[in-house]
Design a protein around this ligand. Structure first.
Ligand SMILES: Cc1cc2nc3c(=O)[nH]c(=O)nc-3n(C[C@H](O)[C@H](O)[C@H](O)COP(=O)(O)OP(=O)(O)OC[C@H]3O[C@@H](n4cnc5c(N)ncnc54)[C@H](O)[C@@H]3O)c2cc1C
Length: 521
């Protein structure tokens, strides 16, 4: 078993797959990728519509939950995180979005929207080919779906009736309006970061070793230089660098287990301190989201109902024959952006539309019922939370406290987004299929009604970032300040969360850092 390399990467998720592929392109550099989960071969990972089956499934999900959230009436929220090659891109909803390009200008430290656009295009292979906003030569397949559920067609019409523009391409600058999501799929299959970047020719490189089932416990230091890693079955040596790509929950956890973090917290768990860095695990941000669900006539949406049996029986044939139809859908088919205040420079609300009752993200089955879901989330939350150790045991789940709604200013965009979602679901396009409300049971009217509804029902859309942020913990290249030979490259790096789904932005960030490492920056 290989136990040393020039560069050792921890975590084969969205960022880790990019780093492994790009850095091992130089045959002079040996790269070892360590992934705690499996190889990600389960068919449920690859069939887009099987997404709800992945959540909580031990072969693919770390299955975390938050600490009780006072801002949400003391509820703990479920927090899935991918645990297989591909990481969270192996279990995510495949919605492709880039954030607003100005988000990257705001980060400073050498990052910019113009360079981000260039990198998004470089890593992309878009089904419509090259254009001003898209690339066609990159490894990440992005598809503009050729099939949509009829309920999604109604959502697009309802959006227009409620005054939202129709957006043909959310990668173009003016994103306000509703449209179809592009998806990280290819020929009806999920295109995870593993499928995109760890292709058979890349895996065959003699200078790249990929170990699955290899959970890293901590970084080993020689003074202040990261010299290797501790695993359950022994140690690994990094001759040049250790790169943590374990995600916004596990990268700070590994750093703290290694003695890098807030000194008092580490000593409280009996750990010796290598670097006192209070910002590790701090600055946690996420997209909090409120979902409205409307019941519809049998057969008009996806669900577990007798009227849908014929469509369900046909779906596998459509998928096997043409890789199209229901099973090729990522379910979150409709996208939208809006401003909670018309004077804002950019949209601060995002919608996700599903032609299904996505209660508890699909884990509540609602047998015999059909309906549709419209989510609205606050894209630029001001609340901040923390990741902290529950124990010095590397197998123990960390304490996740996102601090949802601890900043009262976060409620306004949530209420505005909820009201807009309600307006869309009440538009005439849904009249022929609407039968009543599923969630909320009673129509909220006043701000206080909305606040109660949000407190009782808001959920995460699983975009944690910021826990080892550029400018706070690392420099612009992801190098941990105050230590040598140690980088973080994953969602933890984002100093402020981007205005959209986070997978493509994380891939873009890894592309940038890998390029600059290869160029000797
Ligand atoms: C259910 C869900 C739905 C989502 N939907 C979307 C969507 O539709 N569109 C979108 O753009 N974004 C979506 N996201 C978010 C997006 O997928 C993530 O932001 C992105 O994948 C994060 O990439 P990462 O590299 O930071 O971490 P990850 O991709 O999570 O990778 C971390 C990797 O490190 C491994 N690891 C962790 N600890 C260790 C250890 N100790 N030793 C070894 N390996 C370790 C993990 O197993 C994992 O493979 C979703 C996320 C989830 C969970």
């Amino acid at each position: 078993m290989k136990r040393d390399a020039d560069i050792v990467i921890v975590g084969g998720g969205s960022a880790g797959c990019v780093m492994a592929a790009r850095l091992s392109a130089d045959p002079q550099v040996s790269v070892l990728l360590l992934e705690a989960g499996g190889a990600g071969r389960n068919p449920l990972i690859h069939i887009p519509a099987a997404l709800p089956e992945l959540l909580g499934n031990r072969f693919a999900d770390w299955d975390y939950a938050t600490a009780p959230q006072p801002g949400l009436g003391g509820r703990s929220l479920r927090w899935p995180r991918g645990r297989a090659l591909g990481g969270s891109s192996a279990i995510n909803a495949m919605c492709y979005a880039r954030g607003d390009l100005s988000d990257y200008d705001d980060w400073g430290h050498g990052w910019s929207g113009a360079e981000a656009l260039h990198l998004f295009k470089a890593s992309e292979c878009h089904s419509d080919g090259v254009s001003q906003w898209h690339g066609e030569d990159g490894p990440l397949h992005v598809t503009r779906p050729d099939w949509e559920h009829p309920a999604t067609t109604r959502f697009l019409a309802a959006g227009a009736q409620a005054g939202h523009a129709r957006v043909a391409d959310f990668a173009a600058p003016d994103r306000a309006g509703v449209g179809r999501f592009d998806t990280t799929t290819h020929r009806g299959l999920r295109c995870s970061a593993a499928r995109a970047f760890l292709t058979p020719p890349v895996r065959a490189r003699p200078n790249l070793t990929i170990r699955t089932g290899a959970q890293v416990e901590k970084v080993l230091f020689d003074g202040t230089r990261a010299a290797g890693l501790q695993l359950a079955d022994g140690t690994v040596t990094a001759r040049r660098e250790v790169i943590l790509c374990a995600g916004a929950v596990n990268s700070p956890q590994i750093l703290m287990l290694s003695g890098v973090g807030p000194a008092d917290h580490l000593r409280g768990h009996g750990l010796s301190v290598v670097l006192d860095q209070p910002e590790i695990g701090a600055n946690l941000q996420d997209h909090l989201d409120i979902c409205l669900m409307m019941r519809t006539r049998g057969g008009s949406a996806i669900g577990y109902a007798p009227g849908l049996i014929p469509a369900a029986l046909r779906a596998p044939f459509d998928w096997l024959r043409r890789r199209s139809g229901l099973l090729a859908s990522n379910l979150a088919e409709g996208n939208g952006f809006a401003r909670s205040d018309p004077n804002l420079p950019k949209p601060d609300i995002q919608f996700h539309f599903l032609p299904a009752l996505g209660e508890n993200h699909g884990s509540t089955r609602n047998w015999g019922r059909t309906g549709v879901s419209l989510h609205a989330c606050n894209l630029y939350p001001r609340s901040r939370g923390t990741i902290r150790l529950a124990s010095a045991d590397p197998r123990a789940k960390p304490v996740i406290d996102p601090g949802y709604l601890t900043d009262a200013r976060d409620l306004g965009p949530m209420i505005a987004g909820g009201r807009m979602a309600l307006e869309i679901l009440e538009a005439p396009a849904f009249d022929p299929i609407r039968t009543g409300w599923h969630q909320p049971r009673e129509r909220p009217e006043s701000d206080a009604d909305w606040e109660r509804f949000i407190c009782a029902r808001a959920e995460s859309i699983y975009h944690p970032v910021g826990t080892a942020a550029i400018g706070r913990v690392t420099d612009g290249e992801g190098r941990v300040t105050g230590l040598d030979g140690l980088r973080v490259v994953d969602a933890s790096l984002m100093p402020t969360i981007v205005g959209g789904n986070t997978n493509a932005p994380v891939i873009m960030m890894a592309e940038r850092i890998a390029r600059r490492m290869t160029a000797g920056a």
